[in-house]
Design a protein around this ligand. Structure first.
Ligand code: ATP
Length: 332
């Protein structure tokens, strides 16, 4: 495995605030890597440190094995796509995409060929002469992408690139970004606070909390085996059995996470509990049911609306639920 990015004991303080508080991380060449965490957890600062827009307080950053901690941004083999796209409003799409090449002194004819190739990659041929104001949000996003890939960086840094798009377009662009990454074969590092986006797109995810990485793993590992209560609660629906409930229902101590789709109505499975329905929400293909247990914890289950399931329970009624012990994962 070739390492594209290596961060060692990376720290960044802004006055009293430790925005990045000791991050160690290796990202492989060609990975689609997501940095996930709540607002203020330090993800963007890590991205800006990799890009060179911030200088670390301490620690080191290596790109393709070379220590770039003191290298200015334009000499690092990375490009950034910002959430607000940062396009030049007075320039055409073509000129926006060519910009980086022009700065580097690439000749006009070659600039044009390469810009067109980048526009082809993001499916935007035919829009060369428009200004950014004449484009939709999704098209602007594509221009920003074309501009970032035009000089073929080793690593593309994406800071909440889909944050400004509506949900439907967001889903479309998620698919396209992934395809683009596979086509280009370069490393993508992607900052998001949207757990679904990270789970569906990334090869691996680092979950951030308070300036530190609390877990790194594949989407499946992060979802099914959260390292602690924070990850269990932040990624997916928080479904925790705290020690009192665990003792009563599981007959063991500790805090356990159970994913909502593993919990079923009725007492057919190994672990059995009874509780009061506190909320029923119709979500289209699923109905979400919250069940309050005697010991105070609330478990959420998702009932598939495929026609085979029983009628949804009524709020305030008592219901039986059950699950298999193999789906309990200890988080504390
Ligand atoms: P978001 O999802 O809201 O962008 P984030 O996880 O990317 O959040 P950062 O933007 O990295 O978080 O911020 C981490 C912490 O550092 C926050 O407390 C933030 O207020 C602080 N911070 C970031 N940039 C600066 C700055 N230039 N000056 C002072 N404090 C800053």
């Amino acid at each position: 495995m070739t390492i594209a990015i290596a961060l060692q004991e990376l720290r960044k303080n802004f006055g009293e605030v430790a925005a990045v508080a000791g991050v160690n991380l290796e990202i492989a060449d060609g990975e689609f890597f997501a940095m996930l965490g709540p607002s203020g957890s330090g993800k963007t600062t890590v991205l800006r440190l990799i890009a060179g827009f911030e200088i670390p307080t301490s620690g080191s950053i290596k790109i393709a094995g070379e220590d770039v901690s003191k290298t200015p941004p334009f000499n690092r083999d990375v490009n950034t796509v910002f959430q607000d796209y940062a396009l030049f409003p007075h320039m055409t799409v073509q000129k926006n995409v060519e910009y980086g090449l022009r700065v580097k002194g690439v000749a006009k004819a070659e600039r044009e060929v390469r810009a067109l190739r980048a526009l082809e990659r993001v499916k935007l041929v035919g829009y060369e002469n428009r200004k950014p104001s004449q484009l939709s949000g999704g098209q602007r996003q594509r221009v920003a992408l074309a501009r970032a890939i035009v000089n073929e960086p080793k690593v593309l840094l994406l800071d909440e690139p889909l944050g400004a798009l509506d949900l439907k377009l967001r889903h479309e662009m998620q698919k396209e970004l992934k395809e683009l990454q596979v086509q280009l074969g370069i490393t993508f590092i992607f900052v998001t606070h949207d757990q679904e986006e990270a789970l569906t797109m990334a090869d691996r995810i680092a979950v951030f909390n308070q300036g530190q990485i609390v877990q790194v793993g594949s989407p499946k590992e992060i979802y099914e085996q959260p390292a602690n209560e924070f990850v269990a609660g932040f990624v997916g629906i928080s479904n925790l059995l705290h020690p009192e409930s665990s003792r009563e229902i599981l007959g063991k101590a500790g805090t356990f996470s159970i994913r909502p789709e593993k919990i079923k109505l009725g007492h057919d499975l190994e672990r059995k509990a009874t509780g009061k329905v506190s909320q029923v929400q119709f979500l289209g293909s699923f109905t979400r049911i919250d069940v309050e247990l005697a010991m105070g914890d609330t478990l959420t289950l998702l009932q598939e609306n495929d026609g085979s399931s029983l009628a949804s329970p009524v709020v305030e009624s008592l219901i039986n639920i059950s699950w298999d012990s193999k789906y309990e994962f200890q988080v504390g």
